[in-house]
Write a protein that binds this ligand. Structure first.
Ligand code: SAM
Length: 211
């Protein structure tokens, strides 16, 4: 398989629909974001291990989250949970010359993503607790959270621009999570995109570390 076959699979299954998003998936080759020992599985539609027990998300999940977020050229985006940098690269292709700020709490992954994203001038990787957002760069047109929180952090809703979109998985455990799309208008509009499985968001407005 190759990246184009993966893109075709995502189109055929209805996960990819928008021309600009499809183009971004074509430009960003998933193999460049996988660990060497998993590169032979780069184009299979499944999550893969990266470092420190974390994962690069399943391509279908990345496609659904990106399509739901509807990022546009020139948008300012906040991603929480950089992981491999794959999702950030896709967003960066869509919004350029707009900017993607992406926060990762695990230092080893910050270094891994920095290396994977070295050709992207419109991505800034920040080491820290993304559950608090990034107040100094707010408001954001799009916020994407790639780890599951117990409830929607108010602080992230505040950092969304009027008309902005946020996608975030919410749930109390690995086995009961719903992916939510939140649109900021006069009121917050919340759409449930269905059940998904993500690693936990660990931080002040996420889950607490037990060890
Ligand atoms: N978006 C990633 C990609 O494209 O490879 C996949 C992300 S992985 C499913 C979720 C990531 O969220 C992990 O790397 C994890 O360390 C990170 N994470 C968990 N809690 C976090 C927090 N409070 N702030 C920032 N990152 C966090």
């Amino acid at each position: 398989m190759n990246n184009e076959e993966l893109v075709q699979h995502l189109i055929n299954h209805g996960a990819l629909k928008t021309k600009e998003i499809i183009e971004a998936f074509r430009k960003v080759d998933r193999v460049n974001f996988c660990l060497k020992e998993y590169r032979h599985l780069a184009y299979v539609d499944q999550p893969l291990p990266i470092l420190v027990g974390q994962t690069i998300s399943q391509p279908t999940t990345v496609a659904i989250m990106t399509e739901s977020l509807q990022p546009h050229k020139g948008d300012k985006v906040l991603e929480i949970g950089t992981g491999s940098g794959y999702q950030a690269a896709i967003l960066a292709e869509i919004v350029k010359p707009g900017k993607v700020y992406t926060i990762e709490r695990i230092k080893e992954l910050v270094e891994f993503a920095k290396n994977n994203l070295k050709d992207y001038e419109n991505v800034e990787i920040i080491h820290g607790d993304g559950s608090k957002g990034l107040k100094e760069k707010a408001p954001f047109d799009c916020i994407i959270v790639t780890a599951c929180a117990p409830e929607i952090p108010e602080i992230l809703k505040e950092q969304l621009a009027y008309g902005g979109r946020m996608v975030i998985p919410i749930g109390e455990s690995e086995h009961s999570q719903d992916l939510l799309l939140i649109r900021k208008k006069e009121k917050f509009e919340i759409i449930n995109l269905g059940p998904f499985a993500f690693v936990p968001l660990i931080g002040k407005y996420g889950f607490k570390l037990t060890q």
